[in-house]
Design a binder for this molecule. Structure first.
Ligand code: RIB
Length: 300
């Protein structure tokens, strides 16, 4: 009945990455390694991750009519993503300035560029695409009103997955559609109202659930994830790997979770698989280039 297992609505960025020994403090200059340019963006990353796992995937996004836009389109197409929904023009392609330290951790500043021009009208024009998709996922590197329009145009029976990154206060209509809302520690605290939030991750999961989503997943990096729906909070372990670069691992997790949920897995089953996909993604440099195939996940 559905043509696509997953439609991703979201950002596409050129990732400009420099490896550093440590990040500079305010007013400080540090030297880093050679600049590397990779295809990235939370939306584009999710789409490539899902397609690499074998899911029928489409992307609704906006890139600039420039070399970075072509880099992103090439990456989507070589992964097998349907790019008919990728709009071109209106502003330069989004760019992410990324530093990666020796532990594999990163810091990211995004210039949204064309992502900021993905408008509610673009979503309405793509209603056909939305209605042909079993699961629709979004993030917040595109305008919140665009994500709201996605929620308003979902097909009856399709499932909506949101990673609110970077975090913003979410309207009740968006929260109520999330199944699940997927957050890391930083996003959980931001959505719960600041860094003063105390307690354990299981408490955050319960508090987030009380805000209205149908289910919640709290990702905990190397410690796996917590999933919450109904009264249950279930811990899902991760796989121990040597991290080289964590960039985009969360996007791979979200994509894998969305695909598995669409295939009928329970939330804990889908999260366990997604944790393996996220673990595989940190063992290689870059975001999209680091994503495993289904066979590589099995071998992990
Ligand atoms: O989640 C990782 C992504 O965040 C990077 O690819 C970068 O583009 C930023 O959007």
């Amino acid at each position: 009945m559905y043509e696509y297992d997953l439609l991703v609505v979201g950002s596409a960025n050129a990732d400009l990455v420099i490896e550093v020994e440590r990040r500079p403090a305010a007013g400080e200059t540090v030297l880093g390694g050679d600049l590397a340019t990779h295809p990235g963006g939370k939306g584009a990353n999710q789409a490539v991750a899902a397609a690499r796992l074998g899911a029928r995937t489409a992307l609704l996004a906006r890139v600039g009519d420039d070399a970075h836009g072509r880099l992103l389109l090439d990456s989507q197409r070589s992964a097998g993503v349907d790019t008919a929904g990728v709009l071109v023009g209106g502003a330069p392609t989004g760019v992410a300035l990324i530093t990666v330290d020796p532990s594999g951790d990163n810091s990211i500043v995004v210039s949204p560029g064309a992502n900021g021009r993905l408008a509610p009208a673009d979503v309405r024009a793509a209603t056909g695409l939305l209605h042909r998709s079993r699961v629709v996922s979004a993030q917040l590197e595109v305008p919140l009103e665009t994500v709201l329009e996605v929620v308003r145009n979902l097909a009856p029976g399709s499932r909506f997955v949101l990673n609110p990154s970077p975090p913003l206060p979410l309207p009740p209509e968006v929260l109520a559609a999330c199944d699940p809302l997927i957050v890391n520690e930083h996003e959980a605290k931001a959505i719960l109202g600041g860094t003063g939030v105390s307690g354990e991750p299981a408490d955050w999961a319960r508090l987030l659930l009380a805000k209205g989503p149908r289910s919640v997943v709290v990702t905990l990096g190397a410690d796996g994830a917590l999933v919450a729906d109904g009264d249950e909070v279930t811990a899902v372990p991760s796989v121990r790997v040597a991290a080289v670069d964590t960039t985009g691992a969360g996007d791979a997790f979200t994509a894998a979770l969305a695909v598995r949920l669409g295939g009928g897995a329970s939330l804990p089953e889908a999260a366990a698989y997604a944790a393996r996909v996220g673990a595989a993604a940190v063992t290689k440099r870059g975001a999209q280039e680091s994503y495993p195939t289904a066979k590589e996940v099995e071998a992990l």
